[in-house]
Each structure stands twice: as structure tokens, then as C-alpha cells.
Design a protein around this ligand. Structure first.
Ligand code: ZN
Length: 241
């Protein structure tokens, strides 16, 4: 009886120790370890999936009209196809970052293919703009511990979002207006410049509403969070000084 009791206690201790180790290494507070937050008193608008020849300039014009800087997570092949739009993003003072080369979900790719997708997109951005991007938002937001590890081991920060405008789901200007004005300072808002057709009328109203509340605006990849400043690179013409 005594032996069984001792064995039982050992088992309990074993479970406890394993739980603590698992918690320490695997469970983290939401967003811990990720960069990608605007300043606490600011909204961080992020636009994915561009550059789009028709709609990215529309979004850029609205942002300019309200003096707002945003972050654009661009798709590598689109940058290669529309380098002048990517340049426009940078010339107007916005942050340009990586959303994969092909927009295939990283969760369905091998480690090597994920890294290649990131580095190919980085090379496309660099060729078009001269900017060496350091942040990655996985296509579709499809993430896992493996995906995050591959991104981090390549020297990049993974950036998700903390508020979804639901533009892809709602597909209406009035819908995204109602949804987006619910965002509060410190939030990193997911939007898509490829849906510029609905942002064209909604974005001015959203920005006016936020400005009337006294909110600031901020990019999400600069100056905040644990930055990995020396990402891997490859591709012609890239050199880090
Ligand atoms: Zn996307």
C-alpha cells in the first residue's frame, strides 16, 4: 500500500513537472513574442494581398488625404508584376512587408518552401523598392508553431492582426464601416487593398471616426516588439550593409 502510494505521488509529480515544462515552452500569452503592434494609443492599419494596379492607389490616396501611415503586406509575384505600385507604397511613406511569394498557405508547405517563399518575396520587394522587409504575415493567417519557427529562424518577425475588418467576408462598404469602427487603440487591423472597391467609400469614414475620437495611427513593424534585425536574404542585387 505504501509503495503504491509513493508511486502515485511520483506519478503526480511527474505530471506536474511535465505540465510546467510544456507550459513554459509552448503556452504563451496572446501575441507574446510577436512584433506587430502599433503604439498603445494608435490604430495600426494593415493591408494585405496587394499591390493591385487599380485598388492599391485608391487606398493610398485615401490614406494620404487623412495623413495616415499604414503597413502593406504584399505578395511577391504581384510586386514583380506591379513594381511601380510597390514603389508608390514606399514613396508615400508606408511600411512594406512580406505576405509570401505565391500566397499559398505556409501550413501546407515544407520548411524549405516556406523559407524560399519569404526570401523570394523579400527579393521582389527589394528589387522594386530598395527596402529590406523584416516582417512576415503568413498567407491566410495560416500559422502553426512550425511556421512561426521557420519564420523566426530565417530572421523574420511574424506579424498577425488583432482586429479583423472582415472586408473579405462582408464585401460591403457599410458592413466594413460598422465593423471597423469597433476597433480600439492598440489594435492591428486586418484589411485588404485588393478590396479597395469597398474601402474607397468606407475608409474615409472610418479614418474620420477614429480621428474624431483622437486616435493616432501607426505602422506595425517598426519600433515595437522584439525585432530580428538581420534576416536572411537571397536573390540578385541584395546586399545588407
Ligand atoms: Zn492574404
Amino acid at each position: 500500500m505504501k509503495y503504491r502510494h509513493t508511486a502515485y505521488r511520483r506519478k503526480i509529480w511527474g505530471v506536474l513537472v511535465v505540465s510546467v515544462v510544456v507550459f513554459a515552452f509552448c503556452v504563451r500569452p496572446a501575441d507574446a513574442g510577436e512584433s506587430g503592434h502599433p503604439a498603445p494609443d494608435a490604430i495600426g492599419f494593415t493591408f494585405d494581398d496587394g499591390p493591385h494596379p487599380r485598388w492599391t492607389p485608391v487606398v493610398l490616396d485615401v490614406l494620404d488625404a487623412y495623413g495616415v501611415k499604414a503597413t502593406f503586406f504584399v505578395v511577391g509575384w504581384r510586386v514583380d508584376k506591379y513594381p511601380e505600385i510597390a514603389r508608390e507604397i514606399v514613396e508615400r511613406g508606408h511600411s512594406i512587408q512580406i505576405h509570401g511569394y505565391s500566397h499559398n498557405p505556409f501550413t501546407e508547405m515544407s520548411d524549405a518552401r516556406i523559407e524560399a517563399s519569404i526570401l523570394n518575396a523579400q527579393a521582389a520587394i527589394y528589387r522594386a523598392t530598395g527596402v529590406l522587409a523584416t516582417c512576415v504575415r503568413p498567407p491566410y493567417g495560416a500559422r502553426s508553431a512550425r511556421v512561426e519557427r521557420v519564420i523566426n529562424e530565417a530572421g523574420f518577425a511574424m506579424v498577425m492582426w488583432s482586429f479583423n475588418s472582415l472586408d473579405v467576408n462582408l464585401q460591403s462598404s457599410s458592413g466594413i464601416l460598422r465593423q471597423t469602427v469597433r476597433a480600439t487603440p492598440g489594435r492591428n487591423i486586418l484589411a485588404h487593398d485588393t478590396w479597395g472597391s469597398i474601402w474607397q467609400t468606407a475608409l474615409p469614414k472610418v479614418l474620420e471616426e477614429f480621428q474624431s475620437r483622437g486616435y493616432g495611427f501607426d505602422t506595425v513593424c517598426e519600433n515595437y516588439g522584439p525585432f530580428l534585425s538581420t534576416p536572411k536574404t537571397h536573390g540578385p542585387g541584395i546586399s545588407i550593409t
